[in-house]
Design a binder for this molecule. Sequence first.
Ligand SMILES: C[S@@+](CC[C@H](N)C(=O)[O-])C[C@H]1O[C@@H](n2cnc3c(N)ncnc32)[C@H](O)[C@@H]1O
Length: 376
Amino acid sequence: MVLAPIRTMASRPYLEWIGTNKGDGMTTSALTHGTAGDALSPAPLMQLATGFYSFETFATAVELGLFTRLAGGRRVTVEELAAEFGFAHRPADLLLVACASLGLLEKDGDAYRNAPLAEEYLVAGRPAYFGGFVRFCEHREYLGWHKLIDALRGDRPVTWDPETQDSLFSDVDPVMLELFWEAMHSLSMSTAACLADAYDFAGHTRLLDVGGGSGAFPIVLCRRHPHLRATVYDLPHVCEQARQKIDAAGLGGKVTTQAGDFRDQRGLPEAHDVILLSNILHDWDERTGRDLLTACHRALVPGGVVLISELLLNSERTGPPAAALMGMNMLVETVGGKNYSGDELTSWLTDAGFHGVQIIEIDAAGANGVVVARKQ
Ligand SMILES: C[S@@+](CC[C@H](N)C(=O)[O-])C[C@H]1O[C@@H](n2cnc3c(N)ncnc32)[C@H](O)[C@@H]1O
C-alpha cells in the first residue's frame, strides 16, 4: 500500500486542468500560460465562459444515446447519423465534429467512432457507465447552478427547501429519486475500482458502507475480495435501490442492506472491521461530520479502520479544482456542506480517537484521496 501525505497532492489551477483534459498539446500550452506570443491572451477566459458549450454537447450526445449506438467499434458517417436521428445534414455534421473535438469520438476515414473513453464509460449497460452522472448534471445541477448567486447570498441550498425538508436525501422528488443515486452509481463504480487498487482489503472481513447509496463500493470490493462481506447502511428508500443493484450483480449472499439514519444517537451497526465514508462528509457541516466520525469510532471493532474517500482540498486551500468546485456544488445542494482538506479531516479523526491517520492519493472521478485511520 502506498501512503503519501496529502500535501504532496498536485494542485493544478483550473485552466491548466481543463487544458490537460483536452489532450491537445497546443491548446494545453496556451491555456496553461494564458499567452499568445508575449501578450497575455484572454483565450483561457473564452474557454471558461463557454464551458457550457462543451457540457451541453456532451450531455445531449449522451441523452441521444450516440455513444451507445456506436458501441463495439461501429462507425457512422454524417449522412448515416442524420438518417438515424432524423436530423438535417448540418446539425448531424456539427454534432459529430464537436464530439470529436472534445475527444469523445475519433475520425476514421469519412466516418466517426467512439474514442476509448466513450467506449468504456458512455455505452449504456457497461459496468462503469458514466451517463447517469451526466444526466443528473443536465436535469438537476445545471438548473441549481443558475441560481448560484442566491446560494452565495443566502448561504443555503437552492435546489430544495430546508424549511420543508429534513435533508437533500430525505427527498421523494421523483427527479431526484430517478437521477441522484444512478448518478452516484455512475461516479462510484470507477472510483471504487481505484480504491480497490489503492487500499488492500485482504486483512478485513466485514465492511460497513455508511451512506452507501447504490452499493457501488461493496459491489466492486466484494467482487475483488471474495472473502469480504459488506453492509450498505442508508435511508430506507435508498436501501431499496441498493438491493436491486446488489441482486443484479449476483451479490445478494455477500452484501446486505440495513436501513437507518447515521445522525441517530443510537449509533451505527457494530461488528465491522472497516467502515467506508464515500462522499459523505462533504454533504454536512463540521459538527455533523465530527459526530459521525465519533460514531464510526464507537461502532468499529478494536483495530478496525475507517476510510474516507472524497475530493480533498489541498492544505493551501487553492484547489485542486475538482475539490474546490465540488465544494461550490455543496453550497448549491446542501445545508452546511463543503469539501474539506486532508488536514481538516486528520484533526477531526484524531479528536474522535483514531490513530495513525494516513492519506492515500488516488486519481478517480469521485475522489482524489482516501483518508485512513485506525481504532486502537
Ligand atoms: C453523496 S451520496 C454518497 C453515496 C455513496 N457513499 C457513494 O459514494 O456512491 C450520500 C449518501 O448518504 C446517504 N445519507 C444521507 N443522509 C443519511 C442519513 N441520515 N443516514 C444514512 N444515510 C444517509 C444518502 O442517501 C446518499 O446515499
